[in-house]
Design a protein around this ligand. Structure first.
Ligand code: ADP
Length: 458
C-alpha cells in the first residue's frame, strides 16, 4: 500500500448506466458513485460517463451544461457535463431519444440501447482525446465496453487503457457477462464469498485467474446519521440511543404506528425472488407474533409480486393496525428514516452478491438480521456463532444470521434478535453503538481496487 501511494495518479473512467442519486435502481448505482468518490479522495482522477435519461432528477447535478456534440452511428449525440456528488459526469444524449423513455430499464430494447451507449461512450472518449489508464465497466449493461474496446478502440487513440469489469449481479445478462469476462484485463465481483459462489458458472470458470472478490463499501458522507436531513436528531455512537429513539418516534408517527416501545424490524428492498420474498413474509408474521412492529419499504418490478404485497398489506394494516406498515414504493428519504428508526434491518436474500442495506443499517446503529450468503456472510458476523471469524478480521460480532431457506432459519435468527431486545436492553444498546463504530466505508476496498488497477497495468 505504501508503494502504491507513491505511484503517479491514475485516470479512471467509469462507463455505467446507473449512478446514485440521479439514476439509481439498485446497488450498482450506489457503487459507481461511492467507489468513484473514494478513489478520487485518494488523489486520482475519476470521470463517469452516463446516458442522459429524461427521468433523472437534475436538481442533483451541479452546473449542468451543454458541452459539445459529435456524430456517430449516423446520429448526432449531445454531450452534457455536470457534477454529481463532486464527481465529473459526462451525459450522452443521442438525438433519437433512446434514453428519453421515462425509465432506465424495463423496455424490451434495453440491450440495444445500452450497447449503443457503450459504443458511443468509447467514441466520445476517443474523439475528445481522453487518455484514461482504466476503463471500468459494470454488469451486462456496460459489459460491451470490454469487447468494443479490445476489438476496435484499443487500436486507435485509447490504446493505453486497461479494462476492468465488475459483476454486481450474475443473474442478469450472462451472455454479455461471459463475453466481457473473456475480454477484460481484470474482473471483480462485489464480495469474496459471492466470487466463490459463482466460480463454477461457465461465464466465469475459465477466467478465475483474473477474477477477484472485493467487498463494496458505503459512502459515509452520503449515509451519515450525524448529517442527515431526513432524520430528526443527529447522532453518533455516543448518543445513538437518543438519536434512534427520536427517529423511531418520527417513523411511527409518519406511518401511523403505535408510539410505544416495541422492537421495530425494517425491510428495505426491491421485492424480487432474489430477496427471499417467502422469508420476508414469514418474518413479518413472526415479528408481529413476538409483539414487534414491522416497516417494509419495497418496490416490485413484477406487477404480480406488487399486487400480492398490496393484498397482504391491506390484510395486515387492518388485522394488525398500528403494528405494521408496508410502503410499496421507492422512497429514498423514507429509507433514511427507517435505517435510523429501526432496531433491526432484515435481509433474508436467497443470494446476495454484496448487499448494501446491511452496511447502511450498521452505519445507522441498526442490527442486521441476514441469511448467510454472499456479501451478507462476509459483512455480518453472528453474535453467537461467528466470534472467531469476526476476530480474525479484527471485528466483534455485529448481527444475527441463519442458514437455509425455510422459515425455521429466519425464526432462529429473528427470535434471538428480538429476545435480546426485550431481555438484555443494555447489552443491545451497546451492540448498536458497536456496529456504528465499525468501518464499512470504502477505506479498505478502495485500496484493493487501486491495487487491482495497478496490477492490470503491469
Ligand atoms: P440491489 O442492488 O440488489 O437492489 P443492494 O442492497 O446492493 O441491493 O442495494 C439496494 C440499494 O437500494 C440500497 O441503497 C437501498 O437503500 C436502496 N433501496 C432498495 N429498495 C428501496 C426502496 N424501495 N426505496 C428506497 N431505497 C431502496
Amino acid at each position: 500500500i505504501g508503494g502504491i501511494a507513491k505511484e503517479p495518479p491514475m485516470h479512471i473512467v467509469h462507463i455505467a448506466v446507473e449512478m446514485a442519486p440521479i439514476a439509481k435502481v439498485g446497488g450498482l448505482g450506489d457503487v459507481v458513485t461511492s467507489l468513484s468518490r473514494a478513489v478520487q479522495d485518494l488523489g486520482h482522477t475519476v470521470d463517469v460517463v452516463l446516458p442522459k435519461y429524461n427521468c433523472m432528477n437534475l436538481s442533483n447535478v451541479k452546473d449542468l451544461h451543454f458541452r459539445n456534440s459529435f456524430a456517430w452511428g449516423g446520429m448526432e449525440i449531445n454531450v452534457w457535463f455536470g457534477q454529481v456528488e463532486g464527481l465529473p459526469v459526462y451525459f450522452l444524449e443521442p438525438q433519437n431519444g433512446m434514453f428519453s423513455v421515462g425509465c432506465i430499464y424495463g423496455r424490451n430494447d434495453d440491450g440495444h440501447r445500452f450497447g449503443f451507449f457503450c459504443h458511443a461512450a468509447l467514441e466520445f472518449l476517443l474523439q475528445s482525446g481522453f487518455q484514461p489508464d482504466i476503463l471500468h465497466c459494470h454488469d451486462w449493461s456496460s459489459a460491451p465496453v470490454a469487447w468494443l474496446f479490445k476489438e476496435h478502440y484499443a487500436h486507435y487513440g485509447l490504446s493505453n487503457a486497461r479494462v476492468i469489469f465488475t459483476i454486481h449481479n450474475l443473474e442478469f445478462g450472462v451472455n454479455n457477462i461471459g463475453r466481457a469476462m473473456a475480454y477484460a484485463d481484470k474482473a471483480t465481483t462485489v464480495s469474496q464469498t459471492y466470487s466463490r459462489e459463482v466460480a463454477g458458472n461457465p461465464a466465469i470458470s475459465s477466467h478465475l485467474h483474473k477474477f477477484h472478490g472485493i467487498v463494496n463499501g458505503i459512502d459515509p458522507d452520503i449515509w451519515d446519521p450525524y448529517n442527515d436531513h431526513f432524520i430528526p436528531v443527529p447522532y453518533t455512537p455516543e448518543n445513538v440511543v437518543e438519536g434512534k429513539k427520536a427517529a423511531k418516534e418520527a417513523l411511527q408517527q409518519r406511518l401511523g404506528l403505535r408510539r410505544s416501545d416495541h422492537p421495530l424490524v425494517g425491510i428495505i428492498t426491491r421485492l424480487t425472488v432474489q430477496k427471499g420474498i417467502h422469508l420476508i413474509k414469514h418474518a413479518v408474521g413472526q415479528t408481529l407474533e413476538r409483539n414487534g412492529q414491522v416497516v417494509l419499504l419495497g418496490s416490485a418490478p413484477d406487477s404480480r409480486i406488487q399486487n400480492d404485497f398490496a393484498h397482504l398489506a391491506d390484510q395486515l394494516h387492518s388485522s394488525h393496525a398500528g403494528r405494521v406498515r408496508f410502503c410499496l414504493t421507492y422512497d429514498e428519504p423514507l429509507s433514511h428514516l427507517i435505517y435510523a428508526g429501526a432496531d433491526f434491518i432484515l435481509v433474508p436474500s436467497l443470494f446476495e452478491p454484496c448487499g448494501l442495506t446491511q452496511l447502511i443499517a450498521m452505519r445507522y446503529g441498526s442490527i442486521p438480521v441476514v441469511r448467510r450468503t454472499g456479501g451478507l456472510y462476509d459483512t455480518v458476523f453472528d453474535i453467537d456463532n461467528d466470534k472467531e471469524r469476526a476476530r480474525a478480521q479484527g471485528l466483534e460480532p455485529n448481527g444475527f444470521s441463519f442458514e437455509g431457506a425455510d422459515p425455521s432459519g429466519v425464526d432462529y435468527a429473528l427470535n434471538r434478535a428480538i429476545s435480546a431486545w426485550f431481555d438484555a436492553r443494555e447489552w443491545f444498546n451497546s451492540l448498536c453503538k458497536r456496529v456504528m463504530e465499525q468501518d464499512w466505508s470504502w477505506n479498505r476496498p478502495a485500496l484493493d481496487y487501486m491495487e487491482l488497477y495497478h496490477s492490470a497495468r503491469k
